[in-house]
Design a binder for this molecule. Structure first.
Ligand code: BJW
Length: 225
């Protein structure tokens, strides 16, 4: 059975109407990374950070999976393949598209985390700085999101899967944020073939064995079927 590790980024959800980060109309055009995507930004102005993630949670809830998400679910359902989706995305469109083996390395909009006792629970639609942790009662709740300077989730598991893979595929990511941007090099060093599917060449394009350019809703179903 072929083991396929698939890294996805904001580009796979773009055609579902979810904004990417680094495009000219991307989220980082309107928001300073330091303000909304670092622990320091959260300590400085938790209300601002909650507003940013509340708006993105609402946008993700209103969005629907596109043909790229559903094609990956079809691939996973094929008994000839063992598929692991490692997503940098904090939306739930892979799951709603039918994928089951999904690892959210940068966390989820739909999770809340207590930074006092590290308890996790489903996030309410709207979070605010006055929310209290259902476990310890502290007024120390934050979205369960991996910010800059924090360790992405389940890295050992990801590296292990990468080394054991028969194919590594990267979809809809600019290759600017580590450690995900380093997965192509990790795969290459392990002798795993690599493929990129992206609207434009990523920062790591030259390391991929093959790269195809175009919208994910076209490229991914074409590759899967
Ligand atoms: C389409 C499309 C369509 C559009 N079809 N495609 C120097 C060297 C190495 C590392 C560092 C360094 N300095 C600092 C660091 C560390 C830092 C980092 O990488 N910084 C860089 C800026 C240099 N990384 C971290 O801090 C990470 N933690 C860490 O490193 O811990 C230590 C560690 C040590 C050792 C091992 C392991 C760890 C944490 C990073 C957390 C990232 N957080 C964010 C925000 C939180 C989540 C959220 O709010 O959603 O995650 S940043 C943001 O970028 C978000 C994304 O997941 C991430 C990646 O973005 P993505 O998905 O690639 O989106 P875009 O917009 O960049 O690209 C979209 C792409 O899609 C484009 O290419 C388009 O062409 C394409 N596209 N439409 C197909 N229709």
């Amino acid at each position: 059975m072929a083991k396929i590790v698939i890294l996805t980024g904001a580009g796979i959800s773009a055609e579902s109407g979810i904004r990417t980060f680094r495009a000219s109309d991307g989220l980082w055009e309107e928001h300073r990374i330091e303000d909304v995507a670092t622990p320091e930004g959260f300590m400085h102005d938790p209300a601002l950070v909650h507003r940013f993630y509340n708006a993105r949670r609402a946008a993700a809830t209103a969005a629907a999976p596109n043909p790229a998400h559903t094609a990956l679910a079809e691939l996973e359902a094929d008994p000839g393949h063992e598929v692991l989706i490692v997503t940098q995305n904090v939306d739930d469109l892979h799951e709603r598209g039918g994928s089951q083996n999904v690892l959210h390395m940068h966390g989820s909009l739909f999770g809340a985390l207590c930074h006092s006792c590290e308890h996790r629970w489903p996030a309410p639609e709207v979070m605010s700085p006055s929310d209290t942790c259902p476990s310890c009662g502290a007024q120390a709740t934050r979205p369960d999101i991996v910010w800059f300077g924090e360790m992405p989730y389940r890295m050992e598991e990801i590296w292990h899967a990468l080394r054991a893979a028969d194919l590594f595929v990267s979809i809809g990511t600019s290759g600017n944020v580590y450690p995900a941007a380093g997965f192509v090099a990790d795969a290459m060093h392990a002798g795993v073939p690599t493929l990129e599917l992206n609207l434009e060449p990523s920062a790591g394009r030259s390391m991929f064995d093959e790269a195809r350019q175009g919208p994910a809703s076209v490229l991914v179903p074409e590759w899967v079927r």
